[in-house]
Design a protein around this ligand. Sequence first.
Ligand code: IPM
Ligand code: MG
Length: 357
Amino acid sequence: MTAKILILPGDGIGPEIIAEAAKVLECLRQEHGLDVTLDYGLLGGGAVDALGEPYPDQTRRQAHEADAILLGAVGGPKWEALDRPLRAEHGLLLIRADLGVFANLRPAILYPQLTAASTLKPEVVAGLDILIVRELTGDIYFGQPRGIRTLDSGEREGFNTMIYRESEIKRIARVGFEAARKRQRKLCSVDKANALEVSELWRDVVTRVAKDYPDVALSHLYVDNAAMQLVRAPKQFDVIVTGSLFGDILSDCAAMLTGSIGMLPSASLDANGKGLYEPIHGSAPDIAGKGMANPLATILSAAMLLRYSLKAPEQAERIERAVGRVLDQGLRTLDIMANGMTPVGTQAMGDAVVAAL
Ligand code: IPM
Ligand code: MG
């Protein structure tokens, strides 16, 4: 059956990088037998401008009908001052919650060709291959109560609630253990159990789930130590499982180990493998429209989409091999460029990947 892919270009560099990923999918469709249709929709600031909300009903319907969704990036200065429900990023949080994509997989892989692009010493990062499993639909991002209130004294107070249910911890822990099983069988759970009750429960539940996975070595780290270990000796990690807030921070940190956040894809999956796929970087308004952005994270997100939601691993590998080949050829966008190289633009990079397919 023909699989339906919904494409949400979003804001900033979103449309530019998505155009390159769409070219790649289109090439697989026309020349390599990939059976898909590509449909387009609005999310984020563009959706606010056109329809008055960041996750409009129309997009919601399209998202529920699709087999998988590929997203560029959302947000920009134009929408930052609006009320929270009208902000571009709010659309992203809404679509994740609405689709129940609780398992966010963020691989941080260092391509051997890019070792010099990392700010860390080559011996510290060479061969790096980490998977961060970030819980995506709970935690302090969604916890109630939340708000900004004015106290009797007239002073304002902002508050959010960090909260996790046992069932939420259990299901993300299982994703972490299952992923570790397919890799080096090492899972590190990250929390702040020395200061937070929610983390105390997190650690207890993860430890219980571990009984079903005796073949996986489980360790625990406090998030502050985990941040330090990630830059001190990142290769000690295989799979990291953590809550949404800690995972947000640690995944940006892990991204930099690989030289550029412009290289890293992500998958956000529901309980049935339906997913939302996006580069982990943002909409980069400062370079939007300049044709400078690195489209590889989005192209690699399309590969993850083919692997996880469309169960087409051979097509995913075709994309990943093509990306390896363009890096071998020495093609670099500005963000991954080493001294003495001439950067290529967004389109040239996309064209090179298509040629290498
Ligand atoms: C990410 C982003 C989002 C998040 C923001 C834009 C809400 O930082 O996907 O990492 O924190 O989830
Ligand atoms: Mg983030």
